[in-house]
Design a protein around this ligand. Structure first.
Ligand SMILES: Cc1cc2nc3c(=O)[nH]c(=O)nc-3n(C[C@H](O)[C@H](O)[C@H](O)COP(=O)(O)O)c2cc1C
Length: 194
């Protein structure tokens, strides 16, 4: 088994796109953070998501490593096209991921708003070994997407307004530092939330 750091999972929390499937075999994709503390991998899945209900049903999840800003935003707002998935022994993974790690999940903690799962790797594929320097535009898209993912659950108009302001601040960073993918991802977020 490859060292999962070679597949892109860093120490701390790495933002990836989780793919799962439902009991009826429907694939799903959504951004999640994979926690790595001294080689121990876990994921906290908030209640109400398809990802959580799929993991509860199948006890498996693939972490797809990508730096594609548009894919993060598209999988946050919608499920990708069927053609965006490929299959590993029937399990859905993202065709354009740089790497993916298929995990077996074991529930280790239940909280009011999330369930915590320990992750044990079953298979790893490194499809594209490209190296990526830090880009503030991509980081800003990820921060804005996290804010956007909390927008709909807010009932306070003040909090919603504050989220919009923060997204606009991140949009300014993307304008200055991002490439085409980051600018397109931010355009989608602004159109939907601001
Ligand atoms: C960068 C990023 C990281 C996220 N990390 C998590 C996470 O670790 N756990 C979680 O439950 N939701 C996380 N979310 C929110 C989910 O992606 C979001 O609720 C999504 O709509 C769930 O989709 P689903 O219903 O298709 O599973 C994250 C969102 C973003 C943009």
């Amino acid at each position: 088994m490859a060292d999962l750091r070679d597949a892109g999972l860093r120490e701390g929390i790495t933002e990836v796109i989780a793919t799962t499937y439902s009991i009826s075999g429907e694939p799903n994709a959504a951004p999640v953070g994979i926690h790595n503390e001294a080689g121990r991998y876990c994921v906290a899945l908030y209640r109400g998501s398809k990802t959580l209900s799929n993991v509860k049903a199948t006890m498996q999840l693939a972490a797809n490593v990508t730096d594609d800003a548009v894919l993060f935003v598209r999988t946050l707002l919608d499920n990708p096209e069927a053609s965006d998935f490929s299959r590993f022994h029937g399990f859905p993974v993202l065709r354009n991921a740089n790497s993916w790690i298929l995990f077996r999940c074991r529930e280790i903690e239940e909280r009011a708003d999330y369930l915590l799962f320990m992750l044990n790797p079953l298979a790893v594929a490194i499809l594209n070994k490209k190296t990526c320097a830090v880009n503030r535009g991509l980081n800003a898209v990820i921060e804005a997407a996290i804010l956007a993912s909390r927008y709909d659950i807010q009932i306070s108009a003040d909090v919603r307004e504050r989220i919009k302001e923060q997204i606009r601040d991140y949009a300014r960073i993307v304008e200055r530092c991002g490439g085409r993918s980051e600018k397109e991802a931010m355009r989608i977020l602004i159109q939907r939330f601001v």
